[in-house]
Design a protein around this ligand. Structure first.
Ligand code: FAD
Length: 458
């Protein structure tokens, strides 16, 4: 049995790459260690309902944008129509800091007018920043690394506004602590503030199933519960992968979506020097199932990004959960064509993966109970009425993320340093997904398709 490409991981990047390659007649096998597809963006059942692992909103929505926009280009390459995704736009979201709130929606003018009203004199500066971001986009993000904090602070002269603009962008796609590479800042700025956000009414599962069916209909093979334990390299070339069960599968190339450090653990030859540094930014998420629409008890926002401190803290905290900031998503508050069956509130906060990993089973359970309480305390003060309307709550931690995706430290956005071209020292082993550099639901699919195009469809 020999394949053109073996893809490691059936997350969104691996599935998108597989669908693209299989469409062009390549013989592709995707191997996934978990029993379910989706990786960081999968789903599970708890309390009798289906819950998404990692879906607040899909970025880059842009339904009326040009053909060259990232979402349009991605879907064309996957032969999927935007309508097939059944996405519905956010109503309105907000950024809440001490003494200031900014509302924003998929219409960037709202954010501009809010900035003018809350930070008089900063409107022109914000437009200047938006132009700089556009300019970088028109150059396909071709530039060297640069500190986003330095660049943004040299344009926006009100420090609190700088912190507020960073908050959603860091929460939704920053692998680095304290600062962002300006290219990453620009990418997420466009995908969140310009192109906007939407949600599939039925969660992530239909998208995963669509990608899987495209892949399999084109002849691709998928095996779950089948991890790769080792990539066999001879000279500078991968010859085969060996599964956890010990099966050897020959292939002409390997595409790994597992992460760079994670791939180095099964293929040490890809790290020319010391093993690559894994990321440390991870999160807890509590999910409340509501017994009434949140609008009925006074909450009509889609997403809230908040910080109780004027300086936005973004780094691995020295405590199990950093309760002074977070993201709140009300899944019912999107402009759906019909109401959702079960409204959820999702609350994400930064967490210390080292703490969670250090615990024994019973200690872990106890810590989870305690920190869920702490996290809820912060949440209930932000969403009055929620406590009385929460019928079921579940929580996952960095250790849960690690267990189900293999990402070291449960690092959601992977390593701080990305491999933009996907190339490794093993000449036919490529990296896609989280550690290639495009992040999030749309970003990971863009990454899978991009790396497939550049290296495997020549
Ligand atoms: C709590 C949370 C909330 C999020 N919210 C959003 C959001 O609202 N919007 C958004 O756009 N993004 C969000 N994200 C991020 C988004 O989910 C990820 O960026 C995206 O799913 C990454 O996809 P990927 O394919 O690159 O990686 P992964 O999904 O990690 O896929 C890698 C796959 O490889 C498998 N694997 C690893 N090692 C092996 C091995 N040795 N053998 C076989 N298989 C292996 C893993 O099991 C996994 O399935 C969120 C993530 C989390 C955790």
């Amino acid at each position: 049995m020999r394949y053109d490409t073996v893809i490691i991981g059936a997350g969104l990047s691996g599935l998108a790459a597989g669908a693209r390659l299989a469409h062009y007649g390549k013989k592709i096998l995707i191997l996934e260690r978990h029993y379910r597809i989706g990786g960081l963006s999968s789903f599970y059942r708890a309390g009798g309902i289906e819950l998404d692992v990692g879906l607040h909103a899909v970025t880059n929505y842009n339904p009326t944008g040009p053909n060259s926009a990232p979402m349009a280009r991605l879907l064309r390459r996957l032969r999927i129509k935007l309508e097939d995704l059944r996405l519905f736009p956010q109503f309105e979201s907000r950024i809440v800091f001490p003494g200031a709130t900014l509302r924003f929606s998929n219409d960037q003018e709202l954010l501009e007018s809010q900035i003018e009203a809350v930070f008089p004199g900063q409107g022109d500066n914000f437009r200047k920043l938006a132009r700089l971001v556009d300019d970088l986009y028109s150059r396909d993000f071709e530039s060297g690394p640069a500190s986003a904090r330095q660049i943004v602070s040299s344009i926006i002269t009100e420090p609190l506004l700088v912190e507020m603009l960073f908050c959603p962008l860091m929460f939704y796609g920053c692998p680095q602590e304290d600062d962002m590479d300006f290219r990453q800042f620009a990418l997420i700025f466009l995908s969140v503030y310009n192109e906007g956000m939407a949600r599939p009414r039925l969660g992530i599962r239909p998208l995963l199933e669509l990608l899987q069916s495209r892949f399999q209909a084109a002849g691709g093979e998928l095996r779950t519960r089948c991890g790769v334990s080792h990539v066999e390299v001879v000279g500078a070339k991968a010859q085969a992968v060996v599964t956890d069960q010990g099966e050897r599968i020959e292939c002409d190339s390997v595409l790994s979506s597992a992460g760079l450090a994670e791939t180095a653990a099964i293929c040490p030859q890809i790290a020319a020097g010391p093993a690559p540094e894994p990321g440390r930014m991870s999160f807890t998420e509590t999910i409340h199932a509501l017994d009434a629409p949140a609008r009925d008890f006074g909450h009509d926002f889609s997403l809230t990004f908040y910080s109780d401190e004027e300086k936005f803290f973004y780094r691995r905290p020295n405590e199990p959960v950093y309760t002074k900031s977070g993201v709140i998503c009300l899944t019912g508050n999107f402009a759906y064509d019909q109401p959702v069956e079960k409204e959820l509130l999702r609350h994400t906060q930064m967490a210390d993966p080292f703490f969670w990993e250090s615990l024994e089973k019973e200690e872990y359970k106890e810590a989870k109970r305690e920190w869920q309480k702490q996290s809820d305390k912060a949440l209930f003060s932000k969403v009055p009425g929620l406590e009385a309307h929460s019928r079921f709550v579940d929580m996952f931690t960095p250790s849960t993320i690690k267990k189900f995706t293999g990402h070291i430290n449960g690092a959601v956005y992977g390593a701080p340093v990305k491999i933009k071209d996907g190339v490794t020292p093993v000449e036919n082993l490529f990296i896609c997904g989280t550690d290639q550099g495009y992040l999030g639901i749309v970003g990971s699919m863009v990454s899978g398709v991009g790396i497939a195009n550049w290296h495997l469809l020549k």
